[in-house]
Design a protein around this ligand. Structure first.
Ligand SMILES: Cc1ncc(COP(=O)(O)O)c(C=O)c1O
Length: 409
């Protein structure tokens, strides 16, 4: 049942939403508190780690008729411009720790013995130098894999598809990775990467799961859970958001946020709305179908980081009951959201995918019926993840009319 379908937006209430029940063993088998705590320990020990800010966007809230809008701004994460720095580098670390343990005879790869600091300092360079990690990407994930590999002392080969911008390609190559551009869309690049890795004996570091490949994407999502925990701890004491509007590509980020809030706040957790571009709406379609369903075509959305045609099965295990609603919107809301964030106080630099939650709120402000259906109004406390900064500065300037540095200043 589509709850509302209007020119710029469709909203679907998830008939399988289990808002009244607690996080179950089936969900904990995918993402759990121990996995998150382990990720937190390693990421907190990584040089340069600090929590990203949670902005209270009073002016955005007032303009859009809401009580409070909190915006977790991931643009400064490890200097990489996106939340992806919390996922892939942690997964590369876990993989290398296993390799080091195998080659040095240290049992079980204990994190307190094979520390992130020692690996970065080159203590295990002999064991890591021959390792190759690989991934397909829309830009941000591959950049994070490349950055993690360079820091930890192994090689990275990154696959990009036809629509990844030249700026994003350069941003990956900057970290010493070999970048391979293939014909087709994101899902084609995932398949090509998997095939080459199997032939060459490389380790795939993917943010999406598929049959027989679950451990690494779990690590990636446990890393994302750390940012969700940071956000929860940055809220005013005792305050829980009423809504979380979280953007999805393959669904890994949304699932990690959803799982964290579900475990932390149980039945009192925020109403969870998954936001996607209409042109890449695999989570929306999966919710309608009641099982993973793909979006065909070239997925050519301006929200490049969300251009995925197939939901990650692991993410779907969480979202199928954890997400209350699915919203897909037309591309034109993204530049409007970028401009709104640039012109309000505090000014925030957000890329086309990073601003998706704000884009959804703008769309909802214009679609009163959908807004009311979600129970959004002047008493709502909304949490958003600003998942990227200006990851392609040229595209940013074209859409906003200013350079990112001018907005930030
Ligand atoms: C900026 C940005 N936001 C959100 C997402 C969506 O994350 P996921 O694919 O885990 O759903 C991505 C994915 O690449 C991204 O780059």
């Amino acid at each position: 049942m589509t709850t509302a379908s209007e020119p710029g937006l469709d909203l679907f209430h998830n008939p399988r939403a289990a808002h009244g029940r607690l996080y179950s063993a089936a969900e904990a088998a995918v993402l759990d508190g121990d996995g998150m705590a382990a990720a937190r320990r390693d990421l907190a020990a990584w040089p340069g780690y600090r929590a990203t800010p949670l902005h209270d966007m009073t002016e955005v809230a007032r303009r859009l008729g809401l009580g409070t809008v909190w915006y977790k701004d991931e643009s400064g994460r490890f200097g990489l411009n996106s939340f992806k720095a919390m996922g892939a580098p942690y997964a590369v670390l876990r993989h290398l720790r296993g390799v080091i343990a195998g080659r040095t005879g240290v049992a079980d790869a204990p994190a307190d013995e094979i520390t992130v600091g020692d690996i970065i300092a080159g203590k295990y360079r002999d064991a890591t130098a021959g390792v190759v990690v690989t991934s397909a990407t829309d830009g941000n994930h591959g950049r994070a894999v490349a950055w993690g590999a360079e820091a930890l002392g192994c090689r990275a080969v990154i696959y990009i598809h036809e629509h990844v911008s030249a700026g994003r390609e350069q941003a990956i190559a900057r970290y010493g990775a070999e970048v391979r551009r293939i014909k087709g869309n994101y899902d084609d690049s995932v398949r090509r990467c998997a095939a080459d890795a199997a032939a060459e004996g490389w380790q795939v570091i993917s943010d999406t799961s598929y049959d027989g490949y679950m451990a690494v994407p779990r690590d990636v999502m446990h890393g994302y859970m750390v940012l969700a925990s940071e956000a929860a701890e940055q809220l005013p004491p005792g305050v829980v958001p009423t809504h979380a509007l979280i953007q999805a590509g393959v669904g890994g980020l949304a699932a990690a946020i959803c799982a964290t809030f579900w475990q932390r706040w149980g039945r009192d957790r925020p109403r969870f709305v998954v936001v996607e571009p209409r042109k890449a709406d695999c989570c929306y379609r999966s919710a309608v179908a009641g099982k993973p369903a793909a979006t065909p075509g070239d997925l050519d959305t301006i929200m490049a980081g969300l251009a995925a045609g197939e939901v990650s099965p692991l993410a779907w295990t969480i979202l199928q009951a954890g997400a209350d609603d699915f919203l897909r919107l037309s591309d034109d809301y993204a530049p409007r959201a970028m401009r709104l964030l640039a012109e309000t106080r505090p000014p925030v630099v957000a890329g086309e995918s990073g601003c998706a939650g704000v884009a959804a709120l703008i769309a909802l402000a214009e679609h009163k019926e959908a807004k009311a259906t979600l129970g959004l109004g002047p008493s709502s406390r909304v949490l958003l993840i600003g998942s990227e900064g200006a990851t392609d500065p040229d595209i940013y300037e074209k859409l906003v009319g200013k350079k990112p540095a001018a907005v930030a200043a």
